[in-house]
Design a protein around this ligand. Structure first.
Ligand code: 5AD
Ligand code: FES
Length: 344
């Protein structure tokens, strides 16, 4: 097993069987994380990129079976921010020193392309890199956002297994998800994707396929999170993913995609109170602190136990900076685009 890790550390390539082997043996967790940490340091350095996250609407037209924002969940009070409110938060985020802003929402038809273009243009005046995470759109819409100035787009594939995908996402298809990711790449976005770890019915072989898929499409950013069952969804009684397996998936992704951006995700910290720092020491180089304010934070309830529910943006900024400096890493001062390394 140690040989497989050593090989991946040097060659950044693994077969499906090798990935499955690494995923199923907990005994090598520390070796795997150390290898991912070394590759992270060699390729993307010690700087940690912070991305300020604005959750601007929890209204969603989809019914993903794991997600608390699913339209069918009647137990959630819904909100949407007006463009001026979003811009206000964006200006504050720039004031806290964020170099990248992520605008995330449910799939909310209220935000038409012209509305989004207005928001994007205004935010770009602040000299920030802008990431959108607003779901599946048409090619034309993606083109319009790009023209308006959006730089990056996050759209997790969630799972590459078409059966599991169909099962988890009523009325949606893996084909359209792939179409979206392909459009985004062709339009020149930096593309972020990722998967959920521990979905009901998901196998290690499926996770290995997910990892190979990320490499095949040469994703620029990969966010991994454990599935956390939400009481207000049909998956309320299911088991949920583990921190350990999500960490293993993340570390393997760093080994095979050495120069990409990898966030230590909020869902990781929900399952382990030191989850983001452990993530940063197991291959990650990005953190996405929440800059949403007040009641909205609590209402963006993807899953239970989300961290920082009662904290302010200023508090989170200070808190995470302290934690990052506490492990001898620095907050990056650049926008943190992916810098591709030439193939060895
Ligand atoms: N547990 C963990 N992550 C979830 N997400 C949605 N619902 C859950 C859940 N119950 C993740 C999805 C989505 C991201 C914004 O939040 O992967 O892409
Ligand atoms: Fe929000 Fe620490 S990052 S309280």
């Amino acid at each position: 097993m140690i040989e497989i890790i050593e090989k991946a550390k040097m060659q950044h390539a693994l077969t499906k069987q090798e990935i499955i082997a690494l995923l199923e043996v907990p005994a090598i967790d520390e070796e795997l994380a150390a290898a991912a940490d070394a590759v992270r340091q060699k390729y993307v350095g010690d700087e940690v990129h912070l991305r300020g996250l604005i959750e601007f609407s929890n209204v969603c037209g989809r019914t993903c079976r794991y997600c608390g924002l699913r339209g069918a969940n009647k137990n959630l009070k819904r909100y949407r921010m007006e463009p001026e409110t979003i811009l206000d938060l964006a200006r504050k985020a720039a004031g806290y020193g964020y170099k990248t802003l992520v605008l995330q929402s449910g799939e909310d038809a209220y935000y038409t392309a012209p509305k989004m273009e207005h928001i994007i243009r205004e935010i770009k005046k602040l000299d920030l890199a802008l990431t959108l995470s607003i779901g599946e759109k048409t090619t034309e819409e993606y083109r319009a956002y790009k023209r308006a100035g959006a730089d990056r787009y996050l759209l997790r594939i969630e799972t590459t297994n078409s059966e599991l995908y169909k099962n988890m996402h009523p009325g949606m298809s893996l084909e359209n998800r792939l179409r979206c990711l392909n459009d985004l790449k062709l339009l020149g976005y930096e593309v972020g994707t990722g998967c959920l770890v521990g979905l009901p019915g998901q196998t290690l072989a499926m996770l290995a396929d997910d990892i190979l898929f990320f490499k095949a499409i040469d994703a620029d950013m990969i966010g991994i999170g454990p599935f956390i069952p939400n009481q207000d969804t049909p998956l309320a009684g299911e088991a949920g993913g583990t921190f350990e397996l999500a960490r293993r998936v993340m570390a393997i992704i760093r080994l095979v995609l050495p120069d990409i951006n990898i966030p230590a995700t909020t869902a990781m910290e929900t399952l382990n109170k030191n989850g983001r720092i452990i993530g940063l020491q197991s291959g990650a180089n990005v953190v996405m602190p929440n800059v949403t304010e007040g009641e909205y934070r609590k209402l963006y309830a993807l899953y239970p136990g989300k961290i920082c529910m009662n904290d302010t943006p200023a508090h989170c900024r200070r808190c995470i900076t302290g934690k990052i400096q506490g492990i001898g890493r620095q907050i990056a001062s650049s926008q943190g685009n992916r810098k591709k390394f030439a193939k060895e």
